[in-house]
Design a binder for this molecule. Sequence first.
Ligand SMILES: NC(=O)c1ccc[n+]([C@@H]2O[C@H](COP(=O)([O-])OP(=O)(O)OC[C@H]3O[C@@H](n4cnc5c(N)ncnc54)[C@H](O)[C@@H]3O)[C@@H](O)[C@H]2O)c1
Length: 309
Amino acid sequence: MARNKVTVIGAGNVGATTAQRIAEAGLADVVLVDIVEGLPQGKGLDLAEAAPVVTHDAQVRGTNDYADTADSDIVVVTSGLARQPGMSRDDLLTKNAGIVRSVVEQAAKASPNAILIVVTNPLDAMCHVAMEASGFPRERVIGMAGVLDSARFRTFIAQELAVSVEDTHAFVLGGHGDTMVPLSRYSTVAGVPITELLPADRVRALEERTANGGAEVVALLKTGSAFYAPAAGVFEMVESILLDRKRVLPCAVMLRGEFGVDGLFVGVPVVLGAAGMERVFEIELTDEERAAFQKSADAVRELVTVLGR
Ligand SMILES: NC(=O)c1ccc[n+]([C@@H]2O[C@H](COP(=O)([O-])OP(=O)(O)OC[C@H]3O[C@@H](n4cnc5c(N)ncnc54)[C@H](O)[C@@H]3O)[C@@H](O)[C@H]2O)c1
């Protein structure tokens, strides 16, 4: 049986690290694409040359040509610009929308049955662009953010309680940004909600650190943003889809009335399997949580409106 094929567009920090994780797990052959000539070819060759030492047989190669991406099972979109000094949020939005539209049109033509995983920021708005550019149904356009935000929350909870991250679960809903909604009631250690394990002020502090998780890394790095944990988030989604594991993971998906939102990509728990987003996993929210979720959805709507959608 042939190995699965995953295309990763954007051979920068997130893209190359994602390619490395997928190939080194032997999960799929990987095609790395970038607009810069030589960059994906060089990183692809370097990754391939690590294979005998890491011991996997996945093929990795880089290209600037979408013909090489044909018939991919999954296409991961990480291409885009980081915000430059003096560039407004809206400038970034418009520039990355142009990049995402162009790469998704080409990738969707080459792989009409692929599942798209969008990573480029601003995440939720870029999912709208990807869905429109591909013409794919909502089941096959999924944004990665919630897995990362939840991983950050889990890290902070495990550190605070000095327990294994493996026994720590967390839920973060909403858009990927300052308005994300960490759900502490549903965040647990060995099944016990953290609201029963930590005083309210500590829970709030961990929630706030999670919401600022991206900015905390940017402030330390000074140039560029996080990529190890984001790539790990993409890997978890790719694995659940290719192995049809039906993991319940928070992802940005097009809501059609679920959680009281219609026609917007917002982060919610979903079941990820061979068909992509197989089901929205609806959970009960308190009035306060619902209001925070709605505020987060409104922030996504604002960006989508700027894009004229
Ligand atoms: N959703 C999330 O949780 C999350 C987390 C981390 C990063 N991100 C976002 O992911 C994106 C990538 O981040 P990064 O750190 O890898 O950036 P990076 O600058 O290291 O890499 C981006 C790559 O995209 C390429 N690119 C630009 N235009 C292209 C085009 N038209 N076609 C093909 N490739 C093109 C660039 O040449 C570059 O190699 C950014 O938008 C970032 O904000 C999102």
